[in-house]
Design a protein. Structure first.
Length: 262
């Protein structure tokens, strides 16, 4: 998969150039989608770029994108979120990433993944079975064994209450600090490199989590749904996603099962 990983990393750099170009532009062409979330010119431009590049380099692959897809029924698909964190991006807050994963539709699991923060020039990458890296340096999740004095990202959804208030209170009772970055890929990548001990994501979109799941897993972490099972990343699935280091995963899973609302 080295060829696919290098392709993904090069594409991430191209996407990052588009993100930085439009980041503080006077008019980023923000529109509102049917789900009341924002869409910028950069989102569409990057999604189209991924489709064009995949068609050219891997014509037998498909694309599943947040803004547009192509032949997503194929055996291998590239799952892309052109800008994960469009809300902060549209407000000129630098907490957004480009996320791309190559997913095998036989089992719905990612085999290659990249997450790129163009503002801090942090390129996270992973290839199944080969570990996770940040700017070509190997990374591991935090070794912290308790939630006390740790940081957890909690991201709800726009259309329903997942019990966010109860989850935050339960984390506080364990001595953890929680906040919402509004980008699952950004938050989960920080779990992989150890700054955060966990990330809770209350939405089932594959483009937000496909690359993150592989990178966190290859960094030694655990990523599952609330039943402790792997989620598929070739389609939308209901429910919450939990990413954490292996030391506190079970405790976070308990907190989520006690407080999550379907």
């Amino acid at each position: 998969m080295n060829e696919h990983l290098e392709f993904a990393k090069e594409l991430a750099e191209e996407a990052g150039e588009i993100m930085t170009r439009y980041f503080s532009a006077e008019d980023i062409g923000t529109k509102w989608k049917e789900d009341d979330t924002p869409l910028t010119v950069a989102d569409t431009m990057i999604n189209d770029l991924v489709i064009d590049r995949v068609k050219s380099s891997f014509p037998d692959h498909g694309i599943l994108g947040e803004e547009a897809s192509y032949k997503e029924e194929r055996e291998y698909i590239w799952v892309v979120d052109p800008i994960d964190g469009t809300i902060p991006f549209s407000l000129a807050i630098p907490l957004s990433t480009f996320s791309l994963a190559l997913v095998n539709r036989e089992d719905g699991q990612p085999v290659v993944g990249v997450i790129f923060d163009p503002f801090l020039k942090r390129l996270y990458s992973a290839c199944k079975g080969k570990g996770a890296r940040l700017n070509n340096h190997a990374i591991k999740t935090s070794s912290q064994e308790k939630l006390s004095r740790s940081y957890v990202s909690v991201i709800g959804s726009f259309d329903r209450d997942i019990g966010t208030g109860n989850i935050i209170e339960a984390l506080r009772n364990e001595g953890a600090k929680s906040f919402s970055i509004q980008s699952q890929a950004y938050a989960a990548s920080r779990v992989a490199s150890g700054e955060l001990i966990g990330s809770i994501f209350g939405y089932g979109s594959p483009w937000d989590s496909a690359a993150a799941a592989l990178i966190v897993g290859e960094a030694g972490g655990v990523v599952t749904d609330l039943k402790g099972k792997q989620r598929r990343y070739d389609k939308f699935e209901d429910g919450c996603l939990l990413a954490a280091n292996d030391k506190v995963y079970k405790e976070l899973l308990r907190i989520m099962n006690e407080n999550y609302r379907d």
